[in-house]
Design a protein around this ligand. Sequence first.
Ligand code: P6P
Length: 342
Amino acid sequence: MSINRKILTLDEFTIQQLRNFPHATGELSSLLRDLGLAAKRVNVEVNKAGLVDILGDAGTVNIQGEDVKKLDVFANNQFMKVLQHGVSCAGIASEEMDDFVAFDDEISKKAKYVVMFDPLDGSGNIDVNISIGTIFSVYRRVSERGTLCTKEDFLQSGINQVAAGYMVYGSSTMMVYATRRGVNGFTLDPSIGEFCLSHPDIQCLPDGNIYSVNHGNFFRYEKGVQEYITECQKKDKSNGGPYTQRYIGSMVADVHRSLIKGGIFMYPGTTDKPNGKLRLCYECNPFAFIVEVAGGKATNGMIRILDIQPNDLHQRVPLFIGSSNMMKELEEFHKPQKELAV
Ligand code: P6P
């Protein structure tokens, strides 16, 4: 006899959450549904990237100095437009844009939230069909409602996030998001065009045996990081089982795996780039929020990611994130100096 298991769509889930919290205004639920809509539109283009003239560089260079691919631009515009036309977002900041954008219409100016996102992380992998993703972070604005949002709305510590999440465009397309009430994962069912609850109440396992780091930078890492990586390689079958090294080169995919299976992902600082490569505001903070709500940990090697006070929309920080016991193991080795010798 088939089990008549009611599968909740993202819309049904967010509305159910609203019913469970009658004091909620519904603005956050509406914003999450807007993000899901934009993700579905991006997913269509990502899935046919090899077939249409959307590949290849758009001929421009973004603030990171990276060649911008047309899909980056498309994704950025989809998320910006859907949030601008909604009722919950006063403005956005994006990896693809130098400065934040305040939405200058009466409804948006009254909205409660601001959103930061990396519209298509890992875009260098587009042309070789490796999983890529979108990362987003939601803050309650600190500026007065009814006015244009300000840069201070975006330069908040990660601990102030109201919600954070990501989409992974991979063998299936998923949307995972966290509020303080928990982390839930939704898989896109193409037959109905809806994200359906597939991973309720995701927990980050305290232990794991997968470490994820770019070994190519090994000799440019701090000594303590090198020692931890070497320790991971020494793990043997007799105690605690062997560790496996996995590195996709797409943060969303690498951290998603660590969240679901347990593990640690590292993008450390190096002698030539002491702050590493990943962006605090729209890459590290959202994932740190998600992983901490799920029971894991995230630091820059010295302090908790969520405690860092941002001073620039695009500032970089080293990132160590994942299973709490693996992070504790790392911290036995990695006692970084205040400043890396450059
Ligand atoms: P590297 C992709 O370009 C990205 O920003 C992250 O998604 C990924 O984790 C990282 O860079 C990979 O960087 O230097 O190891 O190629």
